[in-house]
Design a protein around this ligand. Structure first.
Ligand code: APR
Length: 269
């Protein structure tokens, strides 16, 4: 397939691009939503009800992401972005930092519409912190790792916890600014994704829109193929399986991202 040339290219990625790096997708067999109830760990109500459970889930995901490495698909996008004469934008639903790590010189900074695993946010004032701590280990035990440990009033330490035999469930990481609870800086179900105005402008202006490794189940990202197509872009979808938006896809490439993404972007240069 030989397409192009294109001047304005917009790329959307989902969990499928990181699958071959060892990061679980959400809806494949053994995906995260088979192992956890999304209502228990990925909604504002869940955090209100049981913040420790939510922090256990995100600690596990931080550990998994820290152990992963970018694969050939992440690298191919960065290589393509270095090609002169075109404007390329990357939107990702992924909260892992594999796009960043594939691109240390920031040629293709992603718009992280669902937030970032390595950031936390003060629930009181909204300050966003870089935070890659796992507050719980993979067994679900409290794992302070030298981070800010707090009960509501008192700075705690592991010794303190053991000494007073306090219930670990009383403890939550607090913000340095307000000593209020912090939450993962992640867009949960029922919340509005980040950067939507900018994303909408990019989609309506694109000559080529490429969707990679996303199941097309979650809006608003699931609507991007339609917006781009209706705005006049050529649309391409690279995925392991078909997705529901087939009427908005000009070229569907079925296969693994690590193989098909490098092949497709090389064909454009
Ligand atoms: N190469 C290409 N595609 C793959 C690969 C691979 N190696 N492995 C899996 N896929 C495809 C799957 O077939 C599936 O269609 O990637 C898609 C992943 O879909 P989901 O698990 O639904 O992930 P995603 O679409 O990114 O989810 C969107 O849902 O739960 C929320 O916030 C979460 O950002 C996430 C959003």
């Amino acid at each position: 397939m030989k397409l192009g040339p294109f001047k304005k290219i917009v790329i959307l990625t989902g969990a499928g691009i990181s699958a071959e790096s060892g990061i679980n997708t959400f809806r494949d067999s053994n995906g995260l939503w088979e192992q956890h109830r999304m209502e228990d760990v990925a909604t504002p109500e869940a955090f209100k009800r049981d913040p420790q459970l939510v922090w256990r889930f995100y600690s596990m995901r931080r550990i998994q992401a820290a152990q992963a490495h970018p694969n050939r698909a992440h690298e191919a996008l960065v290589k393509f972005a270095k090609t002169p004469g075109q404007e390329i934008h990357l939107i990702t639903q992924n909260v892992d930092d594999l796009h960043h790590r594939a691109d240390p010189t920031d040629h293709l900074p992603p718009l992280c519409m669902h937030g970032s695993l390595n950031q936390s946010r003060c629930m009181n004032c909204g300050t966003i912190y870089f935070d890659d701590h796992a507050y719980f280990d993979l067994k679900g035990d409290y794992a302070p790792q030298g981070t800010i440990l707090c009960s509501s009033s008192q700075k705690a330490s592991v010794d303190y916890l053991h000494h007073y035999k306090l219930d670990y469930r009383d403890f939550l990481p607090l913000s340095p600014c307000c000593k209020a609870a912090i939450r993962p800086h992640i867009v949960w179900f029922g919340e509005i994704p980040f950067h939507m105005t900018k994303i909408n402008n990019l989609l309506t202006d694109a000559d080529l829109f490429v969707s990679i490794g996303t199941s097309g189940q979650v809006y608003p990202a699931a609507g991007f193929l339609q917006i781009a197509k209706m705005s006049g872009a050529t649309t391409v979808c690279i995925n392991k399986e078909e997705i529901p938006q087939s009427q908005w896809i000009d070229h569907f490439i079925q296969g693994h991202a690590s193989v098909e993404v490098p092949k497709f972007f090389e064909s454009l240069t």
